[in-house]
Structures are given as structure tokens and as C-alpha cells.
Design a protein around this ligand. Structure first.
Ligand code: PMP
Length: 410
């Protein structure tokens, strides 16, 4: 759904910068599924992009203590010294990268980090290379900031990873950024050091291209996969890389709205200019909570990872038993991105022919009462995304229903 520009209909004319930006398909499906639930239908929603765990108690306690201590005023523009120090320590401890405090920025979610970075760097027509499937906000933010998204399809056969030849071919004099996300939303695919190396070599040959990496799912990567971030592999790219991360997924803190990044000082300063006119600073209480998240005990991360891994294995195994579907084993995040080419062309019991992945996910919602998101929402078809951040019992029931719905096709 794109926002209506019909003045008669809505009495409102949006700015041209948002005319081409749609309301997220994920939110639309979520709203429809929620409405069906309210009508009493037993809908299972596998669309959510957030962990089903609670924020750790010690983090909540730190927030309460901050409130009691009067930590309730504007903070330093792009982050409190305490949180910047915690981020510097995190990058050193977990990623072996040395960022100074003035090379670190804090914002209201990683989403605002992306927004600040693109607002601060894109002029009209500047290009951002984004491998698909991709988190849709990437291209929407690029468009809002006046840039142009250059989408490169990366199929399951290539592990949903961008290949060096594809990157080389996509670079033009107008390329400003390449945006990589590992582990990925929606594919769950991740880049090892060996996967990254050829891409970083391409970038070394094109000094005008900057690298943005979204490491949001760093802590949801499974055994046998060693998470690594590009600056740790290739320090020569540090001067033109923005390394983005946040507390939302690792610490189950999506509602606290804190994201952070490390990057070259000049970029960090330019991003602060945008932030100064957008929000003045991130929430003081949430920043205090995030200090505890980053500096506090980290033991629960492994337990949560194990729980997600069990659910991943369950979902992948059951999906691959279904005729017409195929699912690559994701290295991380809490999503599967399965091919559904084998069910297209088939007909539903009510006589509807499934032409696209969106037809298939509509069918699953209407007939099986399972809400999943079509690959088209992430720029790559025919696939569909399941978020398995829900209980094993619910996943088993949902997968049984999907299997039944697929078996009922002719
Ligand atoms: N990056 C990716 C890949 C995501 O999936 C999300 C959340 N859906 C974000 C960034 C944004 O996270 P937040 O704004 O909550 O920090």
C-alpha cells in the first residue's frame, strides 16, 4: 500500500519524498492477522521481528535506578559518556576493534543510526547498493533521504550472499555506500571472514565507496559459525566503514530504542548534526539501561542462542519435509527464508491459482490461519519468511497447518 496522494480523497498532500515509500507489508500482514484474531480466529503470527524473551532484570533495575537518581534530563547529543565508553569496550571485547569515544554514536534505535547516516551523506541520486532479500527499511530510508537504492538479487543457491562479481558490476561513480547485514533479516544468512574477504577486496579497489554493516543480529548466530565484522578483517576499511549494532535483539530491548555505531570521526559528527535537529538525544533512561546491558553479565546470551537454535532446527526440518517448499539452514537471526516455487501454479481448494509468493502467504493466512511474510516484501521472490521467535508448541502447530495447507493444493 502506498500512501494516497489523491487530495480529494484524503484532503492531504504528502511531500514527494515519501510518495514512493509504502507502508511496510509486514505491518499490513500483522494488522490483518491481528484483526482476524480479534474476530476469534485462531491465527498464529510468525511475522514479528522481535525476540520473545523479556529484557534482563538487571537492565530493568538499572533503568529504575537511573530514574530514582534523577537521570531524566537531556543527555549529551549523541550519547552519554557512560554509554559511549560501554560501546567502545564492547567493540574491543567482542569484535577486536578500537574505536575512540568520538568515533561512536548512540541513537534512538539502529533505525535512527541508518537514518542519520543516510541523511548526513546522500545527495540526490547518490546510490546505495543493497543485496536482496533485505530489510525493507533500508531502501525506504535511502529513498526518503533522496538517494537511490541499487538492489542486487542474491539467491538461496548463493547462500543469499552478495558475490564479489555482483558488487564489482554494481559500483558506479555515483555509488556512495554498500550496505551489508549479517546475520540477515530476513534470510538468516551470515558472512564468514572468507565470505567477506572478496567483497572487501573489491571495496579496496574503489576508494569512493563506503561500507555500512548492520550487525544487529550478532548475538543470534549459531554454533559452527564464527561471527565477524568487516573492520576486524580489513582495518584499511575502518576509515570508510560504519559498523552498526544495537541492544534491541541481543538483549530483548526493542522498546527501549537504543542503537549505536562506530565510524570515522567526520561521519559521526555529521550524523550528530542530523540527530541534533531530530531528537536532541536518545532517552536518558534507556541509555542508562543499555550501559548495564553491555557491561553487565552476558551469560544469558548463550542460553537464548541455544533456545533459538532448537527452534531453528525444528522449523527448518519440518519445512523441508513439505512438498514444494525448500529451506536453507540459516546461520543466525530468528528467521527462515524458504523457497516456495514448488507450490506456485497449484490451485487452492477454493479454486484460486497461486501465482506469486504473496498469493501463497495470503492463502496460508486465510485458510491455515498462519501469518508469514512473502519474499516480495524483502525484494526477492518466490520465498516467504517465518519468524521463529515464538514458543515451540506454537511453531509445531503452525508448521502442521502449513503442511496441511500445502497438501490440500492440487
Ligand atoms: N537492522 C535490522 C536488520 C533489523 O531487523 C532491525 C529491526 N527489525 C533493525 C536494524 C533496527 O533495530 P532497532 O531500530 O530496534 O535498533
Amino acid at each position: 500500500m502506498t500512501i494516497s496522494t489523491n487530495i480529494e480523497e484524503v484532503g492531504f498532500k504528502p511531500a514527494s519524498r515519501i510518495a514512493s515509500v509504502g507502508v511496510s507489508k509486514i505491518l499490513q500482514i500483522g494488522a490483518r492477522a491481528a484483526a482476524m484474531k480479534r474476530e476469534g480466529l485462531p491465527v498464529i503470527i510468525l511475522g514479528a521481528g522481535e525476540p520473545d524473551f523479556d529484557t534482563p532484570e538487571s537492565v530493568k533495575d538499572a533503568a529504575k535506578a537511573a530514574i530514582d537518581a534523577g537521570d531524566t534530563k537531556y543527555t549529551a547529543l549523541d550519547g552519554t559518556p557512560a554509554l559511549k565508553n560501554a560501546v567502545v569496550a564492547k567493540f574491543r571485547r567482542e569484535n577486536a576493534i578500537d574505536y575512540a569515544t568520538d568515533e561512536v554514536t548512540i541513537a534512538t534505535g539502529a533505525k535512527q543510526i541508518l537514518f542519520n547516516a543516510f541523511m548526513a551523506t546522500l545527495d540526490a541520486g547518490d546510490e546505495v547498493i543493497i543485496p536482496t532479500p533485505y530489510w525493507t527499511s533500508y531502501s525506504d530510508i535511502v529513498e526518503i533521504c533522496g538517494g537511490k537504492s541499487v538492489l542486487i538479487p542474491c539467491e538461496a543457491a548463493a547462500g543469499f550472499r552478495l558475490q564479489a562479481e555482483q558488487l564489482e558490476k554494481a559500483i558506479t561513480p555515483k555509488t556512495r555506500w554498500v550496505l551489508l547485514n549479517s546475520p540477515s533479516n530476513p534470510s538468516g544468512a551470515a558472512y564468514s571472514a572468507a565470505d567477506y574477504r572478496p567483497l572487501l577486496d573489491v571495496l579496496l579497489r574503489h576508494p569512493h565507496v563506503w561500507l555500512m554493516v548492520d550487525d544487529m543480529y550478532e548475538h543470534i548466530a549459531y554454533e559452527g559459525f564464527d561471527f565477524v565484522t568487516p573492520v576486524a578483517i580489513e582495518p584499511r576499511l575502518k576509515a570508510r566503514t560504519l559498523t552498526i549494532n544495537g541492544v534491541s535483539k541481543a538483549y530483548a530491548m526493542t522498546g527501549w530504542r537504543i542503537g549505536y555505531a562506530g565510524g570515522p570521526k567526520a561521519l559521526i559528527k555529521a550524523m550528530a548534526v542530523i540527530q541534533s535537529q531530530a531528537t536532541s538525544c536518545p532517552s536518558s533512561v534507556s541509555q542508562a539501561a543499555s550501559v548495564e546491558a553491555l557491561n553487565g553479565p552476558q551469560g544469558f546470551l548463550k542460553e537464548r542462542q541455544d533456545s533459538f537454535r532448537r527452534r531453528r532446527d525444528l522449523v527448518v526440518e519440518r519445512l523441508n519435509r513439505i512438498d514444494g517448499l525448500s529451506c536453507r539452514v540459516p546461520e543466525g537471526a530468528f528467521y527462515t527464508f524458504s523457497g516456495c516455487a514448488g507450490v506456485l501454479g497449484k490451485t487452492t481448494p477454493t479454486g484460486r491459482k497461486l501465482e506469486t509468493d504473496s498469493d501463497f502467504t495470503d492463502y496460508l493466512l486465510e485458510e491455515a490461519h498462519v501469518a508469514v511474510v512473502p519474499g516480495s516484501a524483502f525484494g526477492l521472490s518466490p520465498y516467504f519468511r517465518i519468524s521463529y521467535a515464538t514458543s515451540e508448541a506454537e511453531l509445531v502447530e503452525a508448521l502442521d497447518r502449513i503442511a496441511g495447507a500445502c497438501a490440500a493444493l492440487s
